[in-house]
Design a protein around this ligand. Sequence first.
Ligand code: HEC
Length: 100
Amino acid sequence: MRKCSACHDHKKQGGHGKGPHLWNLFNRKAGSIDGFKFSAAMRDSGHTWTINTLNYYLTNTERAVPGRLMEFRGIRRDQERANLIAFLLQFNDNPPALSD
Ligand code: HEC
């Protein structure tokens, strides 16, 4: 999360920074949270954030959302992405079930 916190806040009482607030990220439509100016690429990407789509996005952000504004390429190591996604799961009012 150190790599993300320069731009993102994930705490409930937080807000937008250079990137959008990441509280309640799961099951949210990409580019849909109020008060942040997303790129059209993100808004029209068609992603809904789940464990799988987030894993895909964070592997290679430009491949997942061509033209995205987030200046961060991605995380190659599977273990590092898994740890990060597990961390982000905690910061939701209703975290998704780990059934799939
Ligand atoms: C240099 C700043 C920066 C860094 C570092 C960064 N992001 Fe982002 N992030 C952004 C911006 C800007 C957007 C909006 C992109 C757009 O609209 O195209 C974004 C968008 C996102 C979104 C989509 C949110 C939504 O509501 O649709 C997710 C998820 C995300 N970032 C997660 C991360 C994670 C996890 C990390 C750390 C691995 C990270 N970001 C690192 C700036 C950053």
